[in-house]
Design a protein around this ligand. Structure first.
Ligand SMILES: Nc1ncnc2c1ncn2[C@@H]1O[C@H](COP(=O)(O)OP(=O)(O)OP(=O)(O)O)[C@@H](O)[C@H]1O
Ligand SMILES: [Mg+2]
Length: 244
C-alpha cells in the first residue's frame, strides 16, 4: 500500500536516512523501532510528505508520490499522527474530531463527507472506534493522557485512511492505557488499513506488529518477524544500554 524505495534524506551535511527500503501491505502492522535519534520520526515525515527525501522514492499503491505534498498524499488515503500532541485543548473531543473530518476535505472520504446531524453521527462513530463513546462533549484539556492519544487516533481516522502512520502513539501514556491503545490500533489494522507504528513500548510492538523494522543511524538494521528481530545480535548491539 505504501512503499519506500532506497529512501535517503540528507540535511545540512548529515545523512539522517540512508537507503531505507520498506513496504507496508493492507491489513499489515509494521512496527518501527530503534534507539533515540535513529531516524524514526524522520522516516514517518518522509513517508507522509512533511519532508522530501533527497534520494529514493515513495509510492502509495503504484503511484509515485515522492514529489507530492502531504496534503496530496492525504487525499490519496494517507493519515498520520505526530509524536507530540496536536489537539485543540479549548475545544471538546467532538469538536476536535469534527475539525479533522472537515480537514479531510471533499475528495474521497465518502463515508464521512456529511453535514448537520449526519456529521455528528460520524463524530460518534469515530469516537466509538477509539472506545470513547459519549465523550464528545468533554474538553480536550480535561481528558486523561490516554484519552488524548485515543482522540488523536480518532482524528487520524477521520479521513478513512488506507495508510496510517503513527509516531509514538503511546508516548507518556499509563500502563493500562497502553494496552487499550494497542487493541484499538490492532482493530484498525484488522479492518484492512496499512499501519506503520513507531513505538518505544517494546512489549506492545512485539505483541502487535506483524513485522518489525529496526532503524539505526538512519539505516535499516533489520526487518522481519518480531521474535527474529529481537533475537538478532546486531539489533541487540544497537540497543546496548537501552531496554529491549
Ligand atoms: N530538520 C532537521 N534538521 C537537521 N537534523 C534533523 C532534522 N530532523 C531530525 N534531525 C536529526 O536527525 C536524527 C534523527 O531524528 P529523528 O527525530 O528522526 O529520530 P527518532 O528516531 O524519531 O528519535 P526519537 O526516538 O528521539 O524520537 C537526529 O539526529 C536529529 O537531530
Ligand atoms: Mg521520534
Amino acid at each position: 500500500m505504501i512503499t519506500a524505495e532506497a529512501v535517503g534524506w540528507k540535511v545540512g551535511g548529515a545523512q539522517i536516512l540512508d537507503d531505507v527500503s520498506l513496504a507496508v501491505a493492507p491489513g499489515e502492522l509494521l512496527g518501527i523501532i530503534g534507539p533515540n535519534g535513529a531516524g524514526k520520526s524522520s522516516f514517518v515525515d518522509v513517508l507522509s510528505g512533511v519532508v522530501r527525501p533527497t534520494s529514493g522514492r515513495i509510492r502509495i499503491r503504484d503511484a509515485d508520490v515522492t514529489r507530492l505534498s502531504s496534503t496530496r498524499r492525504a487525499r490519496m488515503g494517507l493519515a498520520r499522527s505526530f509524536q507530540t500532541s496536536a489537539l485543540f485543548d479549548g475545544l471538546s473531543a467532538g469538536e476536535n474530531v469534527r475539525l479533522a473530518v472537515q480537514a479531510a476535505g471533499p475528495a474521497a472520504f465518502s463515508p464521512f463527507r456529511r453535514v448537520g446531524s449526519a456529521a455528528l453521527e460520524v463524530v460518534d462513530t469515530l469516537l466509538s472506534r477509539v472506545r470513547m463513546p459519549g465523550r464528545a462533549a468533554t474538553l480536550a484539556r480535561d481528558l486523561s493522557h490516554g484519552d488524548r492519544r485515543k482522540l488523536e487516533l480518532a482524528m487520524a481516522l477521520a479521513s478513512d485512511p488506507a495508510v496510517l502512520l503513527l509516531d509514538e502513539p503511546m508516548a507518556g501514556v499509563s500502563a493500562e492505557d497502553v494496552d487499550g491503545l494497542g487493541e484499538i490500533i490492532g482493530e484498525v489494522r484488522d479492518s484492512g488499513v496499512a499501519v506503520a507504528m513507531v513505538e518505544h513500548h517494546m512489549h506492545v510492538v512485539l505483541g502487535l506488529a506483524d513485522r518489525v523494522a529496526v532503524l539505526h543511524h538512519g539505516q535499516l538494521l533489520a526487518v522481519g518477524a518480531p521474535t527474529d528481530v529481537v533475537a538478532d545480535e546486531r539489533v541487540q548491539q544497537a540497543y546496548v544500554g537501552e531496554a529491549l
